[in-house]
Design a protein around this ligand. Sequence first.
Ligand SMILES: NC(=O)c1ccc[n+]([C@@H]2O[C@H](COP(=O)([O-])OP(=O)(O)OC[C@H]3O[C@@H](n4cnc5c(N)ncnc54)[C@H](O)[C@@H]3O)[C@@H](O)[C@H]2O)c1
Length: 345
Amino acid sequence: MINVGFIGTGGICAVHLNYLKTRKDVRIAALCDIHSNAVAKRQKEYGGLAFTDFRKMLNQVRLDAVWICTPPLVRKDPLLACADRNIPVFCEKPVEHDKSRGKAIATALARRKAKVQIGYVFRCLPIVNALRQAMKDDTIHLIHSFYGCNVSLTMGLPAWFYDKSKSGGALVDQATHNLDLLRFLFGEVRNIHGLAANPVHKKAGHYTIDETLGLLFRFRNGIIATHNHTWVGNGWRNEIVISGEKHIYRINLGNGSLIVDGPPSKKAKPATKTTLVPNASAADQVWFQHDGSSIYRYENEYFLRQVVSGNWSRNPSDYADGLKTLQLTLACDRAITQGKATVAS
Ligand SMILES: NC(=O)c1ccc[n+]([C@@H]2O[C@H](COP(=O)([O-])OP(=O)(O)OC[C@H]3O[C@@H](n4cnc5c(N)ncnc54)[C@H](O)[C@@H]3O)[C@@H](O)[C@H]2O)c1
């Protein structure tokens, strides 16, 4: 039985717990949040011992793995406390929201040979693996990435998300997922140009985030890409269009579909929604469709495999790599405040 514990029992913790409770080999042993009502709510649904101090939890319960689901300002102490006890950690993204603090944590974790997987969820998706396979023999030149939601229209997130000094805003909290995926697929970025705007709520008081932003990148390998992001859009969408010499790849990370278009053909019929998995029947299109399970299932499966096997050689996202994505994300922030930025190699 794998005994698991959680530090931070707010919104995202439930998606991990919902998967973990389906696993017969996992026991939800302990939960911790500084707010006793937050931890009591989760304990009622998922069980385990409840704590308001993570050190007490780590000292009193023998845990095989811990999930850190706190805001990005609260990473160092729980990460090091787990590393000191040799407990593997699944840590939500971003790794930090300050680069120098992130670097200091990376050094401290490396010294302790800590086992940490960062929650860059897209890296573990089968649909992303299908995309990598599909692009193998192609040469990519241009990418357009878009991620949008309406959280600055609904104002439905906890207050700290709207305070850029705490969350980093749409960029550090959310766009970082797409930036990480682009790094994962296409390597490092060199130059960035950026713009941001607040078309709905002006920045005032603790509302200091950018509502819309546009980024233009040049990768070290020469690929040109854009990422556009909104928190004042019409619901959740996340779509990336990748242009290669042979095909156009359209990956929709919201509904989990991948369409690979070949050269235009007059005879081709469009694939229908009901004939997806994968479907080569349309002459110039191949479709893949995610099976409908939670996207968070795969990163958790991966993490548990590493915990059980003790083999971390293929960690999808270790802390040091997550730090590189943070560095790119923060360079994007410099680009939207200064017009342009360069990512240090
Ligand atoms: N991978 C994803 O798709 C995804 C989605 C949502 C959130 N996240 C990330 O997960 C993290 C948490 O987000 P959330 O939406 O759950 O936020 P949240 O505010 O709902 O939950 C965070 C919880 O951490 C608790 N906390 C703070 N300091 C603590 C401490 N020292 N010890 C124990 N608990 C503490 C808070 O009381 C709160 O309940 C963020 O980094 C966010 O970016 C990732």
